[in-house]
Design a protein around this ligand. Structure first.
Ligand code: FES
Length: 115
C-alpha cells in the first residue's frame, strides 16, 4: 500500500489528533502515549464526523453523536451506539461495524499513513 506523508511529528503533540485528507479519504491521525495511529474520520454507525470525539482511557474514541466507542489501535467496537436511549432500535439496520484503521510509520520525524 502506498505511504502518504501527513506532516511532521511535532505537528501532532502527545494527546492531540489531526484530521486530514489522504487520497480523498478523511482520516484522523492520533498521537497516543503508545505512538501514532490512524483511523477513518467518520463513524461506521451513521458516518458522522469523529474528529471531535472524546478520547477515553488513552486509546478509546467516543463518537460525539450516539456515543459508540472504538479502540483507536484496532478499530474494535468497545460499545455500539447507545445514546439517546432507544437508538439501539436502529441496530437492526445499522449493526456493529469496526472503525477502519490504517498503518502509520515514522521516518525521519515525518508521519506516513499507508492507505
Ligand atoms: S454516528 Fe457515531 S454512534 Fe451514531
Amino acid at each position: 500500500m502506498p505511504k502518504h506523508s501527513v506532516g511532521h511529528v511535532n505537528d501532532i503533540p502527545p494527546g492531540q489528533r489531526k484530521v486530514t485528507k489522504v487520497e480523498g479519504n478523511k482520516v484522523i491521525i492520533f498521537h497516543l502515549d503508545s505512538g501514532f495511529f490512524a483511523t477513518e474520520a467518520n463513524c461506521p454507525h451513521l458516518r458522522m464526523p469523529l474528529g471531535k470525539g472524546e478520547i477515553l482511557d488513552g486509546e478509546v474514541l467516543q463518537c460525539p453523536i450516539h456515543r459508540a466507542k472504538f479502540c483507536i489501535k484496532s478499530g474494535d467496537v468497545k460499545q455500539w451506539a447507545c445514546f439517546p436511549p432507544g437508538i439501539q432500535l436502529l441496530n437492526v439496520v445499522r449493526g456493529e461495524k469496526q472503525l477502519k484503521t490504517y498503518p502509520v510509520h515514522i521516518d525521519n520525524d515525518e508521519v506516513f499513513v499507508e492507505l
